[in-house]
Design a protein around this ligand. Structure first.
Ligand SMILES: Nc1ncnc2c1ncn2[C@@H]1O[C@H](COP(=O)(O)OP(=O)(O)OP(=O)(O)O)[C@@H](O)[C@H]1O
Length: 225
């Protein structure tokens, strides 16, 4: 799914933030990504969905070297990826259901109303389908954002501190949804500071592994969870 060979990245020339990374994220895997604040977790995720390109080395995503892709190629690749951010942004004047369906609308694809209903049900947002985003709680926003992130049926789901603003119960609920996505075959990568969240995954019967950024490298940390 994602393969990095000697990948380095720096925002400015001569100053690598992430250096000579060699790792593979196999299809269907579940990884957490940890590391100190400012170590490059968001940057690593952005490399994984070709929002940033390596400064050097080779990054292959879905079998394509991202550095050789055209704009259309990158757009196609991004369609296979769903991204969940810590602070999801919505169009506040549109109800939740329309916000969730927005990736389809923007791509001029038809909205299957039954599938949308089921997706909202899966994230526990059926009762909020007509609500406007400003009326939602933090947990409801994140669950709506997760529905939006997966409405295009991505193969790869990336989450950047998805539980950063949530209480513990809601964090667990969101984690459970991400685990369910993994069980349905999707590759999942979650950047988090929250070691309790990583420990909680142990109870959820998922084969999760942890990647840690340390000294500008990303390495597998410890045993399987
Ligand atoms: N667009 C950018 N231009 C220049 N520097 C940037 C840019 N984005 C991030 N950085 C810098 O790169 C470093 C890593 O940032 P990044 O957001 O990837 O870290 P992080 O591990 O996700 O941090 P946090 O845990 O605090 O969210 C930081 O020093 C940040 O200031």
């Amino acid at each position: 799914m994602i393969e990095m060979q000697d990948v380095s990245f720096g925002y400015r020339e001569g100053g690598d933030l992430l250096s000579e990374m060699n790792l593979t994220l196999p299809a269907g895997s579940f990884h957490f990504l940890t590391g100190p604040s400012g170590s490059g977790k968001t940057t690593f995720l952005r490399l994984c969905y070709a929002d940033l390109l390596p400064s050097s080395g080779s990054l292959t995503a879905f079998g394509h070297d991202v550095s050789g892709l055209s704009r259309d190629g990158i757009a196609m690749l991004r369609r296979k990826v769903g991204v969940l951010h810590q602070d999801a942004q919505f169009l506040d004047h549109l109800p939740v259901a329309e916000n969730v369906a927005l990736p389809l609308t923007v791509a001029s694809q038809p909205v299957d109303m039954q599938a949308l209903k089921e997706l909202l049900g899966w994230v526990g947002m059926s009762g909020h389908a007509r609500a406007l985003p400003p009326s939602l709680s933090g947990g409801e926003r994140q669950r709506a954002a997760l529905a939006r992130a997966v409405i295009m049926s991505p193969d790869f789901v990336l989450a950047d501190e998805p539980t950063g603003n949530l209480d513990w119960d809601m964090s667990l609920r969101l984690l459970q949804l991400l685990v369910e996505l993994n069980r349905s075959g999707k590759t999942v990568l979650i950047a988090t500071h929250d070691m309790d969240l990583i420990r909680a995954a142990r109870q959820m019967d998922v084969q999760a592994r942890s990647l840690r950024i340390s000294g500008r490298k990303v390495q597998l940390a410890g045993a399987d969870l």
